[in-house]
Design a protein around this ligand. Structure first.
Ligand code: NZQ
Ligand code: ZN
Length: 384
């Protein structure tokens, strides 16, 4: 196992009715900005619950944060915060609202162009405190410090993090997710599954606890995912998917082990250039990465085949192929197609994506650093 430092400070308030308890998590004299997206929280009653919980508090609002949140929109919130003297942010929505709010929190006191936080990984020295109410199980943003932001002007989608963008608390009330359309539930399952795979499916470093934790998350998603799609208001099935999504990306399963975020890196380009949902891009890329890198990932692919999918018969090559095929079928079964053609993206992506990535310098992805621009093109060719 590799050396690691682990710290995660997010307080989780899990379960029915927890929104009612947020007032005690926010300083009583705080000037609060509630941030949200395109209106789902108004339609499903979450907004009313939040307003009720914060009755009598100084509250401002900023709505309209779009899926794949855009720098241009978020900077309007930064201006509002500076003008109004707001000192606490409460993000209410999916990963995009939470990510956008983290960026806003870091940008308010940033000296210089806040886009540099992403484009140049410029150091952040402070951020406003954040609370979160997560209404979409997928990204894990409720319990990590990451944010992924898009600059519409240049079609760049980049990720960042800093020590100050962990939410102070996050509410996970599975009933707030009952209003999700099937497409977003399927997306969430695929996103959480892929986060887990990217911290697990590399090469062995004798870390059996991290391995088994990752395998548990994958098996739970395989079991509970279809249940929650079939019965969207079954509380227990949804609660299990919600907790899987959080555990998949709160840092715990990734400690001391090699990681391979190439699927996310290539996926972000597909979203930026062609508008695929985040999880749609992952469903397209992950099976192809596994297929292309089957030699360097061989030992873990065989372990994944046996322990996650119960595939123990056949030659090594047959078992690996079966595991990749089952991964693809699972994504399809939760309603997320796995080929570029399903999203009307054609062969041009094979060259346009590497080209777009090369504009930002050298590309060395994967746990071995061996996925270069040429390999990215091959991955996309396998994804057509
Ligand atoms: O905008 P509203 O009206 O709220 O509607 C949203 C949006 O249209 C809707 N929605 C959310 N909760 C709902 C709901 N509709 C009905 N009922 C509810 N309870 O769902 C749509 C998609 O929302 P979005 O927040 O965009 O989805 P998701 O949570 O999948 O977030 C995706 C973003 O997170 C980033 C992605 O790149 C993408 O930008 N990621 C963030 C990560 C992180 N912070 O760690 C890691 C991930 O890998 C990912 O990159
Ligand atoms: Zn993701």
């Amino acid at each position: 196992m590799d050396n690691f430092v682990f710290q995660n400070t997010v307080k989780i308030l899990f379960g029915k009715g927890q929104i009612a308890n947020i007032a005690q998590e926010i300083p009583s004299d705080a000037k609060i900005l509630i941030t949200y997206g395109g209106g789902s929280i108004k339609a499903n009653g979450v907004y009313d619950q939040v307003k009720q919980a914060l009755a009598g508090r100084a509250v401002h609002e900023f709505g309209g944060i779009e899926p794949n949140p855009q720098l241009e929109t978020l900077m309007r919130a930064v201006e509002m915060i500076r003008a109004e003297g707001i000192n606490f942010l409460l993000a209410v929505g999916g990963g995009s609202v939470l990510d956008g709010t983290k960026f806003i929190a870091a940008a308010v006191d940033f000296e210089g162009d806040p886009w540099d936080i992403l484009a140049k990984q410029a150091p952040v020295h402070s951020a406003l405190p954040i609370g979160a109410i997560m209404t979409l199980p997928a990204t894990g943003s409720e319990m990590n410090a990451f944010f992924v932001i898009t600059k519409a002007a240049t079609q760049e989608k980049l990720g960042g993090m800093c020590a100050f963008t962990y939410p102070q608390f996050s509410v996970l009330d599975p009933t707030t997710t009952f209003s999700l359309p099937d497409r977003q539930i399927g997306n969430g399952i695929v996103d959480a599954f892929t986060h887990t795979v990217e911290q697990y499916l590399t090469y062995p470093v004798n870390a059996p606890l991290q391995d088994r934790m990752a395998e548990s998350i994958l098996q739970t998603l395989i079991e509970e995912g279809p249940k929650t799609l079939a019965h969207p208001s079954d509380y227990d099935a949804r609660a299990n998917v919600v907790w899987c999504a959080t555990m998949a990306l709160n840092g715990l399963i990734g400690v001391g082990v090699p990681q391979d975020w190439s699927t996310h890196m290539v996926g972000h380009e597909l979203t930026a250039l062609y508008g695929l949902d985040h999880a749609q891009s992952l469903a397209v890329v992950l099976p192809s990465i596994l297929s292309l890198k089957r030699d360097v990932k061989r030992e873990k692919l065989l372990q994944y085949a046996a322990r996650v999918w119960g595939v123990t018969q056949g030659s090594e090559e047959e078992r690996i192929q079966a595991a990749i095929d089952k991964t693809r079928s699972f994504f399809e079964s939760v309603g997320v197609p796995t080929h570029l053609s399903d999203y009307k993206v054609g062969e041009e992506a094979v060259s346009s994506v590497p080209q777009h990535m090369s504009d930002r310098g050298e590309v060395k992805l994967g746990e071995q650093g061996d996925i270069d621009l040429d390999a990215v093109g091959k991955v996309l060719a396998l994804s057509l």
